[in-house]
Design a protein around this ligand. Structure first.
Ligand code: SF4
Ligand code: SF4
Length: 416
């Protein structure tokens, strides 16, 4: 049944120079620009329960992940790491590099930076406050500057649709290489205009970037836990550059996604790990569908990053405009219930059409949990219960393992 349109969102074309697109939002999908949130709760949780990166908070599964990741990626990943490392290291110290040009009083660099970023083929570019509520505690001292430039680079369409598998996995890593280089160029340009800039990594993130992208109007949070951007949905890799250059902030937008996901639910129904949930919850002051990490992680690591939730998303597959136009015309979700959208194969598990899901036994989900040192204590407690008080040499061995973990520090350049 045809729907009444509440409002129309106008966005720049997919590529630089292409005409604007208009996305109609049905009345029954209209909610709030960005995401429903309670700023008092966001501030409280940020202060009392600060966020920490998965690389530290969930470090126990890192070694397991490195060992488990499909071996057919080894050679490619070695090359990828070698290409990324110098760029990663350049980004790490980028805030300390001095400007090379001189600033001009009263200028605003927003459109110059946006034009450069679009010429570098970033599909979505937006400006917002660098909101420290979303900075990981281990990065609070590292992260500099008050303005955030949000940059989304489109991952290859064809390669992505082949997932889960090595080709889609390569598309992911190749996107990071291109956009890291692009962000370093943007930082260099900002310095040439007399200001400072810091490149925030795509892996070793300084925080969850999605809230900043939503604030900058570049999309809304989907039920798959990813940013659904207008042209390529969640098939985007997100990067951040922060700066002290004078810029003008963009505004959050209501694309209708917050409610559309409750109608769609394709990713929730198709997730092989049953890691996505139907109902939204209030989490750290924001209303969202919360991904269950422990259900996702084993699938993601075992099967080339999985990303079924990205691949089966109609906004990723067809673009937001056709999806929203179809909803306005029919009240239906474009592609939902068809094998064209929902079918996928998983190597070693089979081919799964609409309504079919792979099965995993309980052991499949039994991976190390939490921080590495916590996991060592967990295992030690189990040993105590099962075998009684350990010998002195076992105690020394345990203490030495914990010490090794604590001495490792918090370096997080690691793709797993
Ligand atoms: S990556 Fe795979 S397992 Fe994880 S949430 Fe997405 S579909 Fe589910
Ligand atoms: S598949 Fe549907 S429910 Fe999931 S993120 Fe995409 S639009 Fe939202």
């Amino acid at each position: 049944m045809a729907k009444t349109v509440s409002h129309t969102v106008t966005r720049p074309g997919r590529k630089h120079g292409q005409p604007d697109v208009e996305i109609p939002v049905a009345e029954d999908l209209s909610s709030v620009p960005g995401v429903p949130q309670n700023p008092v709760d966001v501030a409280f949780y940020s202060r009392e329960y600060p966020l920490e990166t998965q690389a530290i908070e969930k470090s126990a599964d890192r070694q397991w992940a490195v060992k488990t990741y499909p071996k057919d990626m080894s050679e490619f990943l070695d090359g990828h790491d070698a290409r990324m490392k110098p760029m990663y290291e350049e980004g790490l110290v980028s805030a300390d590099v001095k400007p090379t040009g001189a600033p001009v009083a009263g200028e605003d660099l927003t459109e110059d930076i946006r034009r450069l970023a679009r010429n570098l083929e970033f599909g979505e570019v937006g400006f917002t406050k660098h909101d420290r509520h979303y900075t990981f505690s281990g990065k609070k001292r590292w992260a500099k500057f008050e303005h955030a430039i949000c940059l989304a680079y489109e991952q290859d369409y064809r390669m992505t649709q082949t997932g889960p598998g090595p080709e889609a996995d390569r598309a992911r890593f190749e996107t990071y290489e291109v956009e890291q280089a692009g962000c370093l160029k943007i930082a260099e340009y900002i310095r040439s205009r007399g200001y400072r800039a810091q490149v925030h990594d795509g892996y070793d993130c300084s925080g969850p970037y999605i809230p900043l992208f939503v604030a900058a109007g570049l999309g809304q949070l989907g039920a798959n836990g990813q940013l659904l951007s207008p042209h390529f949905g969640s098939r985007a890799r997100l990067m951040l550059v922060t700066t002290d250059a004078p810029v003008t902030y963009d505004e959050p937008v209501d694309y209708g996604i917050h409610k559309f996901c409750q109608e769609c639910q394709v990713c929730v129904n198709r997730c092989p790990g049953r890691a996505l949930v139907r109902d939204k919850v209030w989490w750290r002051g924001v209303e969202k569908n919360k991904v269950i990490y422990d259900r996702c992680r084993p699938v993601m690591v075992t099967f080339h990053g999985c990303a079924v939730c990205m691949i089966v998303c109609p906004v990723q597959r067809y673009g937001m405009k056709p999806v929203m136009e179809h909803y306005v015309e029919t009240g239906d979700v474009l592609g939902k219930g068809t094998d064209n959208l929902e079918r996928y194969s998983i190597e070693g598990k089979g081919d799964f059409g609409t309504g079919e899901l792979p099965q995993f036994d309980r052991e499949f989900f039994e991976i190390p949990h939490g921080r590495e040192e916590e996991w060592l204590f967990e295992k030690f407690k189990e040993k105590l219960s099962a075998e009684g008080v350990p010998s002195e040499s076992e105690l020394v061995e345990f203490a030495s393992d914990v010490k090794k973990v604590l001495d490792k520090g918090e370096t997080t350049f690691d793709i797993a």
